[in-house]
Design a protein around this ligand. Structure first.
Ligand SMILES: [Ca+2]
Ligand SMILES: [Ca+2]
Ligand SMILES: [Ca+2]
Length: 398
């Protein structure tokens, strides 16, 4: 990744290849500076998070040195972000009650929490920033945060929130109101957090009541851009998300993505992020966004049925915080179906789902209090002692 920081205090020597061939991402303290660049158009990516990060789209490449006198202008090349590819997505075509195969619910001791503490609340808002969500799925549709002030399909932003036809969420990949999942990944995550329990259909998610906000920023090929990610986080803020699930990542230490997540922190938002599936030590080889040093992030590793670290899971005594179920997880997939999948992508929504339950029980808590409570529900094990910060796997203690 090529990042260039330009300030008035520095004498900039730019590499000869430093052209703003489109698209580049720019943070500028004064947006008029960008409007004056001939041949380039700028569009704001974060209207709800400061309004100072832009995509710069230029017809012809121009030299960045033209901006060298400008204070506080930061350029960053696009990075690519990907889902942590599910290892064993197996389809099953039945809608029979399937809770008997959901070993993870037992491992995390969820029934005790349901019986003694909370089953969730429709007031708790969780954004799933991923491949979209099948918001029409028979076991999910009642759990979606429907924007009732928006009329679908009329190409008008009826509620004037800056997003046209955003009834069931937002598609930051294509900038449309269609947040439908054409992959499976995001729908599987949604089902882990909140497939409707006790409705005689399919599976049981962790939250009986919740408001899920589907946000698509990854295409059907499993990849997405920093630009789309920033737009996705910004939309989550616009819709009042308290928790964001990020079952994806990459190796790019993107300053603009980190800043965006820091601004989400300033809005009180907790981010639950996957540690990754490369079986590496994240303390040495960081995965982002899980590895950004921000106190509103929980980085999640995966364990199997026995509570042992999954062979594919990344770990990190300093930078990965807790482990959760991530192998042969049964959940919803697109097309009214159900399937098993494995990965830290599946471990992450178990922690996001737990965060939603804890927040529903304690709606006045801050993200810090919810995060502390999550990490206190950690059962230490010898094998995980040096693998994750809390030294164990997530289990409700209530
Ligand atoms: Ca709208
Ligand atoms: Ca509309
Ligand atoms: Ca169900």
């Amino acid at each position: 990744m090529l990042s260039i920081l330009l300030t008035t205090l520095q004498l900039i020597t730019l590499p000869s290849c430093a052209f703003a061939s489109s698209p580049w991402l720019v943070r500028a303290s004064d947006k008029t500076l960008l409007q004056n660049i001939s041949g380039c158009q700028s569009s704001v990516l974060n209207p709800h998070l400061g309004g100072d990060i832009f995509k710069l789209q230029c017809h012809d490449p121009f030299s960045l040195s033209g901006l060298s006198p400008v204070a506080n202008v930061y350029f960053e090349e696009e990075s690519s972000w990907g889902i942590f590819t599910p290892l064993n997505l197996n389809f099953i075509g039945t809608s029979d009650p399937l809770v008997g195969d959901q070993w993870a619910l037992e491992q995390i001791n969820i029934e005790s929490f349901w019986d003694n503490q909370s089953r969730g609340s429709s007031q708790t808002r969780v954004a799933i920033i991923d491949t979209g969500v099948d918001y029409e799925h028979e076991d999910l549709h009642t759990q979606i945060a429907v924007n009732t002030n928006e009329i679908p399909g009329n190409n008008i932003d009826d509620d004037n929130n800056g997003y046209i036809d955003d009834v069931f969420g937002w598609n930051a990949y294509e900038n449309t109101g269609n947040a439908m999942d054409f992959h499976h990944h995001g729908t599987h995550i949604a089902g882990i957090i909140a497939a409707k329990p006790n409705n005689d259909i399919g599976v049981a998610g962790m939250n009986w009541n919740i408001s899920l906000i589907p946000i698509r920023f990854i295409g059907s090929n499993g990849g997405g851009s920093t630009e789309a990610a920033i737009r996705a986080f910004d939309y989550a803020v616009a819709r009042g998300a308290q928790i964001i699930n990020a079952s994806w990542g990459g190796r790019s230490d993107s300053a603009l993505l980190k800043e965006t997540i820091a601004r989400c922190r300033d809005k009180g938002i907790l981010l639950i992020a996957a540690a990754g599936n490369e079986a590496v030590d994240n303390d040495l080889i960081p995965t982002y966004p899980a590895g950004f040093e921000l106190d509103n992030i929980v980085s999640v590793a995966a364990v199997d049925l026995h509570g042992d670290l999954s062979t594919f899971s990344n770990w990190g005594k300093k930078t990965v915080h807790i482990a959760a179920p991530g192998e042969s997880i049964l959940s919803t997939i697109t097309g009214k179906k159900y399937g098993y999948s494995s990965g830290t992508s599946m471990a992450t929504p178990h922690i996001a789902g737990a965060a939603a339950l804890i927040w529903s029980q304690n709606p006045s808590w801050s993200y810090k209090e919810v995060r502390d409570a999550l990490l206190q529900n950690c059962t230490p094990t010898p094998e995980l002692k040096d693998a994750v910060q809390c030294g164990g796997l997530f289990q409700f203690r209530y």
